[in-house]
Every structure is written in structure tokens, then in C-alpha cells.
Design a protein around this ligand. Structure first.
Ligand code: BF8
Length: 627
């Protein structure tokens, strides 16, 4: 039986989380770690990807190891088909989540252009016009006219008329496009690939596991070069393209003397309005009148990343900290939109005074107060939500407040545009540094937390090992937040890097680990890789780069990992895909794929071994390029 300290140390390396995990244990608050424990042992068939609950002849399960166990489901599907269908199911859900988020941002762009959205404006007109050029829109028109036409054209990226995703056609290197066309995985449109994926996994449709997995790659490309990329680009148009900024991270960003509002979820369209409303004088006065020192907006997960990189709003933590933030007893209101929000979060909040406000019509949560978001009166909605938080300040129980000390400083905002600016206007100096060997390569570390892995341990240790070996790290999502908390996202962290990377980071005054945004902003990593490959005249798969999702949990991460691989970026996953019941599927994704697309998945839970593998992979790519 472990004592409290041992339990805490087993769960996390985040010093700001440790005292709050202790508090949660003392207060008998159920958290994600307790629920994981209650699920033990988890279903072995599920872990191997060997159960199928797709139709009413089932549920069926395959026993791949026991000789006498069933080898086919009632419909006749074998282990290969069941695991491939399950994987595509996960992937298409993740791609849909990113892309539906993207569509909502485009809807706001259209309403903004038509002056039907309250509080929004076009912030980055330069990006608007450069996107207009990519979409062959006449740029002599007004910003609003361009924005309207662009929004309508982007909607067609979801449809079936054009049959070609524009960003994939225009931004990917020629060699990638050729290969995608040869393999018939060039993404036709966002909705088409996702709907077709859902169709293929219906009983009696695609019954060939490799054909299903090939379509999985195409679906993922429609996310990375389609839905996610549109979410990124149009968020930049509306709210500004991120530039390097400094802020703070961890649970110590919660302020005892302020009205604390936590912005949790993914889409910046409402949280941006909360930031705006919180700056209004009458709102500020109202907060002071209830005895607080003001309003303290805080981010969490990817909504947090969005407002961090554009507004410098401090970020309280990554996915596993959502319950702990509430357990500090000092959060007046948690605003949620969608994705990565525990379904039980409002139940958790009931143990404290925190009000959870759900805002999306498509994401209702039991026990949460629902205030539906509509862009046509977004600012009014934001004001109402802030007032609700202010009026809740007096309901705190001062005896139950515990806030850790020492927020950690971090830098964010490294969009591709910002990286180019830091390098003097192009990616050429980065390529020169790579050619000279000062920077050996680049690894994108992305994705989530997962209670099956000690919180932040894999992110932080993988990152440290890579920068020590002169590999520049680009991060998004909860990975970026983890490394922010570990003090790796400040220029001073260059001291932890190898000599070459240290020299360059110091000369530019940047951290050796670049925060590139939220999870939809993994598309920024694709754009950067595309630019590097185009400049060298090679395919993305020829570059000395890699990807990693060391603590992934979500279906979105399955899609991201897959579009990295489909784009030519070999990617390490810290937790296994649910494919181990089928040696054919496992072999295809972790070995044979390399022969087809020159990239593959590596499954490796140990971050030190994973670092070693990525370093070797990068060295091999360098040798092949002759650098
Ligand atoms: O989209 S990294 S836990 S918060 S899924 Fe979720 Fe994973 Fe965090 Fe952002 Ni991405």
C-alpha cells in the first residue's frame, strides 16, 4: 500500500500539481487517476483491438493467442479487419473533431465579413490577403468582400465539387503530392474522406484491412492539410497570427485575490470574446466591487494555448489538471466548449463553488449550466458569463482554498510566420543550421496526457534528451504545456541544449523548444516541414525530422500521428495503438509502411529509448541527404 506522497509522485512530475493531488486525496475527491484504478484490469480484448461492437450480430471478440478461441466475428471479420476498422473509427472521429472545429471558425469568418458577428473583426489582413491569393480570389476588393468569398471557398473544401484540398495541393512539396496521387490517398475533401471512412467500416463494406488503412491515411491528410489547417489559418485571420510572447504556466497562475475564470476546451471563438469583455471598465469595476482585485483569466488545454499565444493569457495546465484546478477551491467559473473535457467535470465542480458553463450546442455536460454560444451576440454572452463568475466570488469557502506557489515563466507564439521573422524572413537560415549540423534536425512533440503514464514525464524527458542532442523541438497541445511547466520554453533553457542548438537559440534569443500552438496547430508543423522540403527540393520524408506523441490518449492524436506519417514524418507513440491483436496490421503500420510512404509508426513508451530512436532516425536521414 503506497502512502500519499508515493501516490502523488507516481502520478505526476508537475510540482504545482502535487499539493493539489494531495488535497484531492484528503478531500476524497474522485479524479481521473482514481477512475483508472477502478477500471483495472482493463479489457484485454479492447486493448488488443480485438472486440467489435459495430453491429447487432455482435458484440464479438477474437482471441488471437488461444488456439481454440474464436478467430472470426459472427459476420466473418478476422483479427486484421476488426483491428483496422477500429483504428479507422478512432481516426475518423479525431479528424472530424478537428475539422468541425475548423468549420465553426470559418462560420464566424463569414458572419464577421457580413457584419453579423458581434465583437469580431479581421485582425490579420495580410494573412487574409495571402490566403485569398492561394484561393485565387481577386484581392483588389475590400477585406470584408475577400473574407466572405474566402469563407465560401473554404466551405467547399468540406464538400464534393472541387475534389482536391487546396492547402494539400499548394503547400505540400511536389514529391509528396506525386506519391499521394500514386497511392490514391491525395485528400479530396474533408467531409468526403471522413464520411467515406465511416461508410467503409460499416459491416460488409471494406473488408480488406490494408485498403482500410490506406484510406485511414487519406482521411488523416484531409485533417492535417484540410480541417486543422483551415482552423489554424482562419483563427489567425480573425484573432491575429501569433508572435512570440511571454506568460506564465501551472496551477500557481490561479490567484487567490481575484475572480478566476478558467477557459477550457479548444475553439478560440468564444474565449477570445471573454478576453475582450474582461478588459471592459464596467466589468473590471464590478469585479472590484465584490472584493476581488480583478478578473484573472486562465487557460487550460488547447483553448488555453490559443489565448496564451495570441493574448499572453497564463495557462493553468494541461489535460490531467482540469479537476485539480477546480480542487484548488479558487475557480469561480470554468468555461467549456468541446473536446478533452471530462464528462464528469461538472460533478467534480459540485464539490466546490465552481460553476461550469457549457457553451456548445453539440457538447452538453450533466450538471453544467448551459449558456449557448452564438457569434451574432458573442460579446454579450461573454459579458454574461463573466458576470456570473464575479457574482460567484463570494461563494468561495476560504478554508478550502489551496493554491500552489511559483508559476513558471514560458514563451509561446512561434507560428511559422514568427519563426521566419526570427530567422530574418525565411526558413533558409534554419536549413543552413541543419546542413552545418549545428541543428541536427527537428522533432514535433505533440499530443496529450494520459493517466497511464506519469503526468508530463514522457514529454519532458523526451524533449530534454532531444535538445541535448542538438535537435530543435517544436511542440503543440498538452506537450507544449508540459514542457512550459518544466521550464523548457524560455530562452534560458538553451543551457540544457547541445552546443550547436544552444548557440543558435542564444543568438536568436529563443527557447530550444518552440511552442507552436494548440493541437489543430500541428498543421503549422506540416507547413514548416513543407517549406523546408520545398526549399531543398525533396519530399518531407527526406528531411531529418520526426514526430512524437509520448502521452497521447485521444482520437485526435490518432489522426495527427497518422497525418504526420502520411506526410512522411516517422512518429513515435508512447502508448500502443489498439492493434496488437493483429500482427499484419501491426507490421504494416510499424514496418511495411516505410516501404510505401517512407515513414512509419514506432511504438515506444520509454522516452529515453524513444529519443535514441529519433536521434538514429535523424542521423540516417542526414546521411541519405549527404549532410
Ligand atoms: O487537442 S493535446 S489532451 S487538449 S487532444 Fe486534448 Fe490531447 Fe491535450 Fe488539445 Ni490535443
Amino acid at each position: 500500500m503506497l502512502d500519499k506522497k508515493e501516490i502523488v509522485n507516481k502520478r505526476t512530475i508537475d510540482e504545482s500539481a502535487k499539493p493539489i493531488i494531495e488535497k484531492a486525496i484528503d478531500e476524497n475527491l474522485e479524479t481521473v487517476w482514481d477512475r483508472l484504478e477502478a477500471q483495472q484490469p482493463q479489457c484485454g480484448y479492447g486493448q488488443l483491438g480485438m472486440c467489435c461492437n459495430r453491429c447487432a450480430m455482435g458484440p464479438c471478440r477474437i482471441d488471437p493467442f488461444e488456439e481454440t478461441g474464436p478467430k472470426r466475428g459472427v459476420c466473418g471479420a478476422d483479427a486484421n479487419l476488426i483491428s483496422a476498422r477500429n483504428l479507422l473509427d478512432d481516426l475518423l472521429v479525431g479528424a472530424a473533431a478537428h475539422s468541425d472545429h475548423g468549420r465553426e471558425v470559418i462560420e464566424v469568418l463569414l458572419k464577421t465579413a457580413r457584419r453579423q458577428a458581434q465583437g469580431y473583426e479581421i485582425t490579420d489582413t495580410e494573412k487574409l490577403r495571402s490566403l485569398a491569393q492561394e484561393f485565387e480570389i481577386d484581392t483588389s476588393k475590400s477585406d470584408n468582400e475577400i473574407a466572405e468569398e474566402l469563407a465560401l471557398k473554404l466551405f467547399e473544401e468540406f464538400g464534393t465539387i472541387k475534389n482536391s484540398i487546396t492547402f494539400a495541393a499548394k503547400r505540400a512539396p511536389e514529391k509528396n503530392i506525386e506519391l499521394w496521387k500514386k497511392l490514391n490517398i491525395f485528400p479530396r475533401s474533408v467531409d468526403r474522406e471522413i464520411v467515406e471512412a465511416a461508410h467503409r467500416i460499416h459491416m460488409g463494406v471494406d473488408s480488406s484491412y490494408d485498403n482500410i488503412l490506406i484510406h485511414a491515411l487519406r482521411t488523416s491528410l484531409s485533417d492535417g492539410w484540410g480541417g486543422s489547417m483551415m482552423a489554424t489559418e482562419i483563427s489567425d485571420v480573425l484573432f491575429g497570427t501569433p508572435t512570440p510572447c511571454s506568460s506564465y504556466v501551472n496551477l500557481a497562475c490561479i490567484k487567490e485575490d481575484c475572480v478566476n475564470i478558467l477557459l477550457h476546451g479548444h475553439n478560440p471563438i468564444l474565449s477570445e470574446m471573454l478576453v475582450k469583455a474582461s478588459e471592459e471598465d464596467d466589468i473590471k469595476e464590478m469585479a472590484v466591487k465584490v472584493g476581488s482585485q480583478g478578473i484573472n483569466l486562465l487557460g487550460m488545454c488547447c483553448t488555453g494555448n490559443e489565448v496564451l499565444m495570441r493574448r499572453g493569457i497564463p495557462i493553468a495546465g494541461n489535460m490531467l489538471l482540469q479537476e485539480l484546478a477546480i480542487a484548488t477551491g479558487a475557480i469561480e467559473l470554468m468555461l467549456i466548449d468541446y473536446q478533452c473535457i471530462f464528462p464528469s467535470i461538472a460533478k467534480t465542480a459540485k464539490c466546490y463553488h465552481t460553476i461550469v458553463v457549457s457553451t456548445s450546442e453539440k457538447a452538453r455536460f450533466p450538471d453544467a449550466k448551459h449558456i449557448e454560444f452564438h457569434p451574432d451576440h458573442a460579446l454579450d454572452i461573454a459579458r454574461d458569463i463573466i458576470k456570473l463568475a464575479i457574482n460567484n466570488f463570494s461563494n468561495r469557502n476560504p478554508n478550502r482554498i489551496k493554491i500552489p506557489k511559483e508559476p513558471i515563466k514560458m514563451m509561446a507564439g512561434f507560428s511559422v510566420e514568427a519563426i521566419k521573422t526570427a530567422l530574418g524572413g525565411s526558413v533558409t537560415p534554419l536549413l543552413e543550421a541543419i546542413k552545418s549540423g549545428k541543428i541536427k534536425g527537428v522533432v514535433g512533440i505533440v499530443g496529450c496526457n494520459n493517466p497511464k503514464i506519469k503526468h508530463d514525464f514522457a514529454h519532458v524527458n523526451l524533449t530534454k534528451e532531444l535538445i541535448k542532442n542538438n535537435i530543435l523541438v517544436a511542440e503543440t497541445g498538452c506537450a507544449a504545456i508540459a514542457c512550459g511547466k518544466a521550464g523548457l520554453l524560455v530562452p534560458e533553457a538553451a543551457e540544457l541544449a547541445g552546443d550547436g542548438l544552444k548557440e543558435i537559440a542564444k543568438a536568436l534569443g529563443i527557447p530550444p523548444v518552440l511552442h507552436m500552438g494548440s493541437c489543430v496547430d500541428c498543421s503549422r508543423i506540416l507547413v514548416l516541414a513543407g517549406l523546408l522540403a520545398k526549399e531543398l527540393g525533396v519530399s518531407i520524408s527526406d528531411l531529418p525530422i520526426g514526430g512524437a506523441a509520448p502521452e497521447w490518449y485521444s482520437q485526435k492524436a490518432v489522426s495527427i500521428g497518422s497525418y504526420f506519417v502520411a506526410s512522411g514524418v516517422t512518429t513515435v507513440l508512447g502508448l500502443p495503438l489498439k492493434i496488437y491483436g493483429s500482427s499484419d496490421v501491426l507490421n504494416l503500420l510499424t514496418k511495411d509502411l516505410e516501404k510505401i510512404i517512407d515513414a512509419k509508426f514506432i511504438i515506444e513508451p520509454d522516452p529515453f529509448i524513444a529519443a535514441d530512436m529519433l536521434i538514429k532516425h535523424i542521423e540516417a536521414k542526414r546521411r541519405k541527404l549527404g549532410i
